[in-house]
Design a protein around this ligand. Structure first.
Ligand code: SF4
Ligand code: SF4
Length: 252
């Protein structure tokens, strides 16, 4: 995988370079064709693990964190504490979680072990997709595109539909669509809560946001229904905190 796509102007990525949609400058480039279900594509991979090394850009969805937590047998908050770092997205204004690169190992992914992925069956969407990319629009339309690689090794050829099925992407697509579309809705609401809440209560609400998006999940229960419950809970928390803010202002 071309590492230049993980860097911005040759420097290490900063939090502000990454948002829920991925790295600044990432996404589909004009030379990356969209694929229909029956379209085939070819690439080569030597299985060297190079695309897991020097990684600073692996943004997780709430569903990614849930799957990793279920695989590790840990609550999502503990998984995040152990393997992730978080910030507020510069554009989305939503909490952004990414896998914390291991600085003492050349910024490798924390799950790279002995040249292999220690969480292969629960690897994040971006890893399962590669060399494909995914776009989800506000109305939930999903499109996939092919990112050319410069790798050598064993040649693979597949149709889009077969590749998505083989990598476990097809079976998780409905959860990824739910995540993306709800996050886009929240992103549109963000200016409203940022205007309504002062700095202290805003930080409390941002913690609630992180709970709703990432942490308030029981890995024994299905993710999607909990996500919908969390969003309803979050709406109540927002109303409660906005009322608290109004009370504080009225006492000044
Ligand atoms: S050869 Fe395969 S494992 Fe190695 S960097 Fe390329 S895509 Fe990744
Ligand atoms: S989660 Fe696994 S596949 Fe993804 S970068 Fe880390 S080691 Fe590689």
């Amino acid at each position: 995988m071309e590492k230049e796509r993980m860097r911005t102007a040759g420097r290490a990525l900063r939090d502000d370079d990454l948002d829920l949609c991925g790295a600044e400058g990432g996404g589909r480039a004009p030379d990356m064709p969209y694929l229909a279900a029956g379209d085939s594509f070819a690439f080569q991979c030597a299985g060297c693990g190079g695309c897991c090394r020097g990684r600073e850009d692996l943004v997780l969805s709430g569903y990614d964190l849930y799957r990793l937590s279920r695989r590790l047998g840990l609550p999502p908050r503990i998984t995040a504490r152990a393997f992730c770092r978080s910030h507020i997205g510069a554009v989305s204004r939503l909490p952004v979680l990414r896998l914390a690169p291991v600085k003492t190992e050349g910024n490798n992914c924390p799950f790279l072990s002995g040249g292999r992925c220690a969480v292969h069956e629960a690897r994040p969407l971006a890893c399962a997709l590669y060399p494909l990319g995914q776009e989800i629009s506000r109305d939930g339309t999903v499109r996939y595109y092919f990112q050319k690689t410069s790798c050598g090794g064993k040649a693979f050829r597949a149709t889009l539909a077969d590749y998505l099925a083989a990598q476990g992407v097809a079976e998780r697509e409905s959860c990824d669509v739910l995540w993306a579309t709800r996050c886009m809705e929240l992103e549109q609401q963000a200016p409203g809560w940022e205007a309504a809440l002062g700095p202290v209560i805003l930080r409390r609400f941002q913690a609630k946001l992180a709970d709703a998006l990432y942490y308030r999940f029981d890995t024994v229960r299905p993710w999607a229904e909990q996500f919908c419950e969390n969003l309803a809970w979050l709406a109540g928390e927002r109303a409660r905190l906005e009322a608290m803010q109004q009370t504080l202002l009225s006492k000044k």
